[in-house]
Design a protein around this ligand. Structure first.
Ligand SMILES: Nc1ncnc2c1ncn2[C@@H]1O[C@H](COP(=O)(O)OP(=O)(O)OP(=O)(O)O)[C@@H](O)[C@H]1O
Ligand SMILES: [Mg+2]
Length: 509
């Protein structure tokens, strides 16, 4: 047994467990690859303050079930030295170690897509990137060495490229292209709803060209990076932070490395824990860390700042919904920010009702996390749980016990956070934190109240309409009877029909 023990590289692990990253089958693999590429492009553009313009192309290859996926953006480009690691090493990225709202957070996405492509077709990932119109464009072809989780550069050259600045990623992979639910189209369409500032172009393998036009020239508010909130750190993390810090005293460590710990609160924590505030952080004994951890938990500390979040906002959410969905009524609600496990988050909900939406069947739920549509694992997501546990019948809609509401209804929910608690690395569903579920329900209830006003008004109008048409049917008979009884002329009969019609119309107003 001893001879068999050996290291397992993270790349080997995820090759065997590719379903954890969203590559369970060829259809999903295509969506995941595009999603990783587009999410990265949008993150990069927004961080650089550029209005994103992203082109997605899927071209069928000669071999069956094989496609070339190209994602090209007008973002800031990637520095030459960074390219190999970004695309050829799992768990490498700029977003994991910071607390800031962005689509990517783990540093696995695009390298995993490249790894899947290489695994299924033997082809390396091709990257072309340029950071400035004055500098050259670099072209790389990279494979991932799964045993070592390191990049293997196949091609590294400078090329002519008509694009002034941006990045193009090409991955050849085994995939299946299909329209409908959970398709690339659905992902792009929902991305357009939650990101009205984005312009997307899509060239399908059938040769169609689709454009999802920008509905707003306003970039989302740039978000600030924050430090961890003391109520969100776990004991192990605290131990590591104490070990790694450059601060000389415990008090300055608490004050400098956490958000919302003033010098006074730091002293208070040290006193509660009965640890000297001048202690050197790296020398603090294990038992003292325990006491410190408990003291942090029991000290009242202000909630973290919330300028690290950038919600879509009610106006843009409405614009996004109206752009993609034809309905009679729309509503959008943005809740104030709050906190789960020390992480700030904010919930938004929107509703589209009536119009061209199918009247029978269950409502469609659009789930978003940091503006990214979530298309899989609906039943395991905190958003679906919250929609089901909201009493929609109270708002004049139909709903069976334990089910989604039904009718011509689309419900959109967005969670914005510096760290979205996904249930797996493939980032498909949000974990069931009670604080999150509560916020989602509050947002949905507000949308419900607004839609119920509309539904009631419409029902009343329909009732009145029905009554009127009923009475209208009898008016000619009344006029004819009056003519006979009072011996009136035909002209007088017509006048009666007209007058009674007017009276009926007035009585409705
Ligand atoms: N199109 C791009 N333009 C500029 N930088 C990019 C682009 N694509 C990726 N990057 C950089 O590469 C890093 C790694 O990307 P990757 O998708 O692997 O991880 P991530 O986006 O950080 O997290 P996640 O695994 O959650 O997607 C990013 O953090 C980003 O800094
Ligand atoms: Mg990413």
């Amino acid at each position: 047994m001893a001879r068999r023990q050996r290291d397992i590289s993270v790349a080997e692990f995820f090759t065997k467990n590719r379903h954890l990253l969203g590559f369970d089958n060829p259809r999903k693999a295509l969506l995941t690859t595009i999603k990783e590429g587009v999410d990265n492009s949008l993150d990069a553009c927004e961080e650089a303050g550029i209005l994103p313009d992203v082109q997605v192309t899927i071209t069928p290859c000669k071999e069956a079930d094989r496609y070339r996926v190209t994602i090209q953006d007008n973002g800031p480009g990637i520095l030459k030295a960074q390219i190999p690691k970004i695309f050829g090493k799992l768990l490498y990225g700029s977003k994991f170690h910071r607390l800031k709202m962005s689509r990517g957070q783990q540093g696995i996405g695009i390298s995993a897509a490249g790894m899947y492509g290489h695994l299924t077709t033997g082809q390396p990932v091709a990257i072309t990137s340029r950071t400035s119109p004055r500098g050259p464009a670099h072209h790389y072809r990279i494979e991932i060495d799964t045993q070592k989780n390191t990049p293997r550069v196949v091609v590294d050259e400078t090329v002519e490229w008509e694009v002034k600045r941006g990045t193009k990623v090409e991955i050849v992979l085994e995939a299946k292209y299909q329209k409908g639910r959970q398709s690339v189209e659905e992902y792009l369409e929902q991305t357009a709803i939650a990101n009205p500032h984005v312009q997307l172009h899509f060239a399908t393998p059938d040769g169609e060209a689709k454009v999802y036009k920008r509905a707003s020239d306003q970039l989302p508010e740039p978000t600030k990076e924050i430090q961890p909130h003391p109520h969100g750190v776990e004991l192990g993390v605290l131990i590591k932070m104490l070990h790694d810090t450059k601060c000389r005293t415990l008090r300055s460590f608490l004050h400098a490395e956490f958000s919302r710990v003033s010098a006074r609160v730091a002293t208070q924590i040290c006193e509660t824990a009965q640890v000297l505030e001048r202690s050197r952080p790296s020398r603090i004994a294990r038992q003292e860390v325990d006491a410190l951890f408990r003291a942090i938990g029991s000290t009242k500390i202000m909630n973290p700042p919330t300028d690290c979040l950038s919600p879509i906002g009610e106006a843009l959410m409405l614009a996004g919904l109206k752009k993609q969905i034809d309905a009679d009524f729309y509503a959008a609600v943005t809740r104030p920010p709050t906190v789960y496990r020390g992480n700030p988050f904010q919930i938004e909900a929107g509703i589209a009702f009536g119009g061209d939406l199918p009247a029978d069947g269950l409502a469609k739920v659009l789930r978003f996390a940091n503006r990214v549509p979530l298309l899989y694992q609906q039943s395991g997501c905190a958003i679906s749980r919250s929609v089901i546990s909201t009493g929609w019948r109270g708002y004049g809609l139909q709903q069976s016990a334990g089910a989604l509401p039904s009718g011509p209804l689309i419900i959109m929910v967005h969670m914005a956070s510096v760290w979205v608690p996904f249930t797996s690395e493939s980032k498909e569903a949000i974990a069931h934190y009670p604080e999150i579920i509560k916020e989602i329900r509050l947002a949905l209830q507000e949308c419900g109240r607004r839609v119920s006003v509309f539904v009631r008004r419409r029902r009343k109008a329909a009732d009145a309409e029905r009554k009127q048409s009923y009475i209208q049917r009898y008016i000619p008979h009344i006029a004819a009877a009056l003519r006979e009884m009072l011996e009136l002329s035909e002209r007088q009969e017509k006048a009666i029909v007209r007058d009674l019609g007017t009276v009926l119309e007035r009585s409705r107003l």
